[in-house]
Design a protein. Structure first.
Length: 244
């Protein structure tokens, strides 16, 4: 298990916080004392999160937005600067599966939307939050990848390409940050019992998979001040930390 590192007074931004891994991660970060800035499109999911965090005495800022609204990401950066002047943790978790089909059959709109959410939005987050992470005493960013980035099985080309692009971008960015106080890593959760997994593997018994709450503590550990790593990938399957 994790050491449950304390996040009291830390300002943490989590994308995809309306359900699944992001929701559980936001709850866990709040449980450790962080102020959670929760981003997703579904207001109901964000409000449920807010209720759950308030019930345990925590605090959130809800940010209902579509991450392909890049100007909104810029505005969010400006708002965080105004209110806190820094960002201690960024968890880029939001993602979409897109479609599982032969590469040549993928509709252009589907391809572009999946790349927009899984890659471009994370680039825009880094572009908007970089200066804020540098203002933290120990700024940490972690992005949620997938084993698909390397396995790239038939019919998984769209999702795999998006996660491979994310991995490459984070490898470069973490290298660029090597001489700063900002550390950036990747997290591979393995199969988790969420809506996305059910869409990808409809025949699978979800009860055979870990729940998001079992994964979340390990993801939250990666933004704790004690987590001293940069340019690494944490693999949930064997709890290993390896160079990207
Ligand atoms: P879910 O589909 O359950 O949750 C996805 C989250 O991303 C939701 O909160 C959703 O919020 C948000 N999101 C999607 N598109 C947008 C958008 N355009 N703007 C803002 N938010 C958006 O998926 P998981 O929890 O399973 O996935 C979380 C991450 O883990 C993803 O990056 C996924 O690729 C990765 N992953 C998951 C695995 C699994 O087995 N579950 C395995 C490996 C990796 P909303 O719809 O409200 O906007």
């Amino acid at each position: 298990m994790t050491n449950k590192q304390d996040l009291t007074d830390k300002v943490v931004l989590i994308t995809g916080a309306s359900r699944g891994i992001g929701y559980a991660t936001a709850l866990e970060a709040a449980r450790r004392g962080a102020h959670v800035i929760a981003v997703a499109r579904t207001v109901g999911g964000l409000e449920d999160l807010d209720d759950a965090i308030q019930a345990m005495g925590g605090a959130t800022t809800l940010v209902p937005l579509d991450l392909t609204d890049y100007d909104a990401i810029d505005r969010l950066g400006a708002a965080i600067f105004e209110r806190w002047g820094r960002l201690d943790g960024l968890i880029g978790n939001a993602g979409m599966l897109g479609v599982l089909m032969p590469v040549a059959h993928i509709a252009p709109k589907e391809f572009e939307k999946t790349l927009a959410v899984n890659v471009t939005a994370n680039y825009r987050l880094l572009r908007s939050m970089d200066a804020l992470l540098r203002q933290s005493a120990a700024g940490k960013a972690v992005f949620v990848s997938s084993g698909a980035a390397k396995s790239a099985k038939p019919f998984w080309g769209l999702y795999a390409a998006s996660k491979a692009a994310l991995d490459a971008m984070i490898k470069s960015y973490s290298g660029e940050m090597a001489n700063t106080s900002v550390q950036t890593n990747l997290f591979n959760p393995g199969p988790v019992r969420t809506a996305m997994r059910a869409k990808a593997m409809p025949g699978e018994d979800p009860d055979t998979l870990p729940a998001p709450a079992e994964i979340a503590p390990f993801l939250v550990d990666m933004i704790s001040p004690e987590h001293n790593a940069n340019g690494q990938m944490f693999n949930m399957a064997d709890k290993s930390l390896t160079a990207i």
